[in-house]
Design a protein around this ligand. Structure first.
Ligand code: PEP
Ligand code: MG
Length: 869
């Protein structure tokens, strides 16, 4: 089997095998662009490595060595050779880009002999700079030695020499660093730094394979729905040097602005620098326009390549380049990460430019990204009164207010307590990713628009301000100073990720406004999708919000969510603890008009769109009072003494309430509840229909937690008897539907029978997941992390539908339901209804709609469109 490919053997279509970086390097080579020669070790080799118990087998090793020999031939250089040595980079490249997740090693192949020979040709500073960088990267990536200690060694040497800037270190200093670095390496690992280039390379390749399963990578994959069986490819490429002198440099650029989407080349570079220097924020980079003056020929060529790449890939590109002695080399291109605003603008602009069709544009935006557009900004009035304490780079838009924390761990801890925090760091690294996700916003002292913090925050849709160089940081003391004022851990600050302003106070936020691009883009999505998108809403306010976001109906009104409002909870409690039929009647009579009013409000807000109302579902103990004063009040109301009432309340206790007396079981034992709810629904619909005959509301009544046909028939009869009576009494001509949730595995299996009575099914995938796995949706969070760690599960099945197990039950139920009732309406109203991957799956099963929370409606619309395209 072929495990290694030369760049000129591949192309962009071979992404699965060669990874994104490898496939694009191959494609650029094919397009005749200046790409240094190299080869790619496939993702299959990575998977084989794991299959074989974390060893690179002899076959793969032999293929690597064979391709290395070919690379030597192509370049005319030789690995480890004293006269004309070949140095290479070793870089990871998975199928999907995982920024900052995997590692890079540059200048590999250098050792004392090679360095001496290279230095003899002139430019020893460059040679030893490259050498010390290699030791640093190898030690970090392959051996896991702390990067920090190497930086400290550099700082120590600079202090000894009285030097401030790295560029002032001369050849001898670099040589000294090599010596000190190696000594540190030996001291830490009890072995000499490896001098054999082939050994350096094999170790590095293995380290890249291993990095596929480091904690950060696993976390990133879980966040971004990347399966762990994809594996990563490894790219071995001839080095070109940006650190050889002043006509050398290295940089990164986007073909359009990743923040706003503006159609203008955007990027940063540093002369006489290598690799990570630009993004690490060690020196402040130049903007790409300045390259025009510094290296005009390379700049012109670069601009030309950018435009070709964009047209070729039909997407905004994010590129890395190096200039060696005035000559330009391309080291990477990929579709650029961008803010949600930028994503929409680029998509719309590219349609206008004739570069992509609307359908192609729809595929260019990640559904999850829309989140960022829908989230709060600062209250403009409060913002006017606030004075910025500093201003830095607007790295990722949005507004955030929170209490300062200085470490990712602290961010996670404090956020878990329900606090809002802002993570303040010198610069971020991939280790910080979970802390960044937990924080409201991220503020960094160092780093440009392409720094780790900026790129990762943008991807997450988190607010980020970077490069706030005025801040004097004291991480150890848990404080920073800015313009003479000290800010401590726990102090409030606010960040404006769209302007870069930082405020030394809490500022209230307001809801987001949606731009014209959004409307236009979402219309294209709506044209493409097949699935209908409904919302889960329990109040007129939520319903109206969801309609603004494009909801086409309500798939789930959880009636009990309105029970805690105002006087309702009292009436509910009276109903629950009623001892006599009279008490029960009286309580239900109080409740009915209040429920009816709620439903009228929702019907009004939905303006004739379909609304599925689900009957009371939770176990009743959730509603009874717990505070002594409330118990006393209720006892008085009910003419009971406190002991008697307490006994009734205690009687509601269940060992396992989620599998207990809830759902339609409540109606079987208390028929009054279903009757009351039916009355409320039907009367509400009749009233609203009178006010708005054009809406022609057809109530959809949904019974929860049904598991058996006879049970469904029994409860349905209560509903139809009541509804038919009211409709007859009122003398109106109104249709209504009764359906069931499918959330008990038995219901999924017996769906063929249930469909005899149910006019629609709505899959309650929260309960269906809970009952299929047999673990509680409320408690699984406690042990699921261990399941991720042990690689038993990759995802939380309550967030991402378990397509294999729960998915099969849905498939079975859909098929059996349709066999009985071909026009049965099928939807999903569990949390999965707002998850893009789950939506794609549901679309594949041909269901009619998904229903999700209002803020996820746009995400669902886009995900449904992408599923259909
Ligand atoms: C479900 O179980 O998926 C559902 C939608 O109902 P609830 O979350 O209210 O139990
Ligand atoms: Mg449920």
């Amino acid at each position: 089997k072929k495990y290694v490919y030369l760049f000129n053997e591949g192309d962009a279509n071979m992404r699965e095998l060669l990874g994104g970086k490898g496939a694009n390097l191959a494609e650029m080579s094919k397009l005749g662009m200046p790409v240094p020669n190299g080869f790619t070790i496939t993702t299959e080799a990575c998977n084989k490595y794991y299959e074989d118990g974390e060893v690179i087998n002899d076959d793969i090793k032999a293929q690597i060595m064979e391709f290395l020999a070919t690379l030597e031939e192509e370049t005319g250089k030789k690995f480890g050779d004293a006269n004309n040595p070949l140095l290479v980079s070793v870089r990871s490249g998975a199928r999907a880009s995982m920024p900052g997740m995997m590692d890079t090693i540059l200048n590999l192949g250098i050792n004392d002999t090679v360095a001496e020979a290279m230095a003899a040709k002139g430019n020893p500073r460059f040679v030893y700079d490259s050498y010390r960088r290699f030791i640093q990267m190898f030690s970090d990536v392959v051996k896991g030695l702390s990067k920090k200690r190497f930086e400290e060694i550099i700082d120590e040497l600079k202090a000894e020499k009285g030097i401030k800037n790295d560029l002032d270190l001369d050849a001898e200093d670099m040589k000294e660093l090599v010596k000190r670095f190696k000594a540190f390496y030996k001291e830490q690992l009890n072995e000499e730094f490896p001098t054999e280039p082939a050994e350096q390379m094999m170790d590095s390749i293995e380290a890249v394979f291993k990095s596929w399963n480091n904690e950060r990578a696993i976390y990133y994959r879980r966040q971004n729905d990347i399966p762990s069986d994809w594996g990563t490819a490894v790219n071995v490429q001839m080095m070109v040097f940006g650190n050889m002198g002043d006509n050398c440099g290295t940089g990164v650029a986007f073909t359009r602005s990743p923040s706003t989407g503006e159609n203008k080349l955007f990027g940063e570079f540093l002369m006489n620098a290598q690799g990570e220097d630009v993004v690490a924020g060690v020196r402040t980079p130049n903007t790409i326009d300045q390259l025009k003056e510094i290296a005009p020929a390379a700049f012109d060529q670069f601009v030309d390549i950018c435009s070709k790449l964009e047209k070729h890939y039909k997407n905004m590109q994010d590129m890395e380049f190096t200039i060696e002695n005035g000559k330009l080399y391309m080291l990477q291109t990929r579709n650029g990460k961008r803010t949600a605003q930028a994503a929409l603008k680029v998509a719309c602009d590219m349609v206008d430019e004739g570069l992509v069709t609307p359908e192609e544009a729809v595929m260019m935006v990640e559904p999850q990204q829309l989140d960022a557009l829908l989230h709060p900004n600062f209250d403009p009035e409060a913002l006017k009164k606030a004075e910025p304490i500093t201003s830095a780079l607007p790295a990722s838009p949005g507004a955030a207010s929170g209490q300062i924390v200085f470490s990712a761990e602290e961010a996670i801890e404090e956020a878990a307590k329900g606090k809002k925090v802002i993570l303040v760091r010198l610069e971020t690294s991939p280790e910080d990713i979970q802390g960044m996700a937990a924080a409201q916003g991220i503020l960094t002292v160092r780093g440009g628009m392409t720094s780790h913090a900026a790129v990762v925050a943008r991807g997450m849709g988190a607010c980020c301000v970077s490069g706030a160089g005025d801040i004097a940081m004291n991480e150890e003391a848990g404080e920073f100073t800015l313009n003479g004022k000290t800010y401590k851990s726990g102090d409030w600050i606010s960040l404006d990720g769209s302007t870069g302003n930082v405020y030394g106070e809490a500022i209230p936020t307001v809801e987001a406004k949606i731009s014209g691009d959004f409307e236009r883009f979402m219309n294209w999505a709506d044209e493409a999708r097949r699935l209908k998108i409904r919302t889960n809403a329990d109040t007129p306010r939520d319903a109206a919000q969801a309609v603004k976001f494009g909801a086409e109906g309500i798939g789930l009104v959880r009636t009990e969510h309105m029970f805690f409002d105002g006087d309702k909870i009292k009436a509910i409690r009276e109903m629950i603890v009623a001892k006599t039929p009279e008490q029960m009647e009286a309580a239900l009579a109080k409740l009915e008009p209040m429920q009816q009013e709620d439903f009228e409000g929702i019907y009004e807000a939905m303006e004739g769109r379909p609304v599925t109302i689900r009957y009371l579902d939770p176990p009743l103990h959730e509603f009874v009072p717990t505070k002594p004063e409330d118990i006393a009040e209720l006892a008085a109301e009910m003419n009971m003494d406190v002991e008697e009432l307490t006994a009734i309340i205690d009687g509601l206790h269940e060992v396992n309430p989620m599998m207990g007396h809830r759902g339609s079981r409540l109606d079987v034992s208390n028929p009054g509840i279903a009757k009351m709810q039916t009355e409320a629904v039907i009367r509400a619909a009749i009233n609203v229909n009178k006010r708005h005959p054009e809406w022609n509301i057809v109530p959809e009544i949904m019974l929860p937690l049904i598991g058996d046909l006879k049970e469904l028939k029994y409860v349905k009869k209560m509903v139809t008897d009541t509804a038919d009576q009211i409709i007859a009494d009122e003398g109106v001509d109104m249709d209504y539907h009764v359906g069931t949730m499918i959330e008990v595995p038995r219901a999924a299996l017996k769906a063929g029978e249930l469909a005899e009575e149910a006019e629609f099914f709505s899959f309650g995938t929260n309960d269906l997941t809970q009952l299929t796995f047999g673990f509680s949706r409320d408690d699984a969070g406690k042990f699921l992390p261990e399941y991720y760690a042990a690689k038993i599960y990759e995802n939380d099945p309550f967030a991402k539908l378990d397509q294999e197990g729960v998915g099969e039950l849905i498939e079975i139920a859909a098929e059996r339901g349709r066999n009985t009732r071909p026009d049965i309406k099928l939807g999903v109203c569990g949390e999965h209804g707002g998850d893009p991957v789950s939506i794609e799956f549901v679309d594949g099963l041909g269901l009619d709609y998904v229903s999700c929370s209002p803020y996820r409606v746009p995400i669902a619309r886009l995900a449904a469109a992408q599923a259909a395209i």
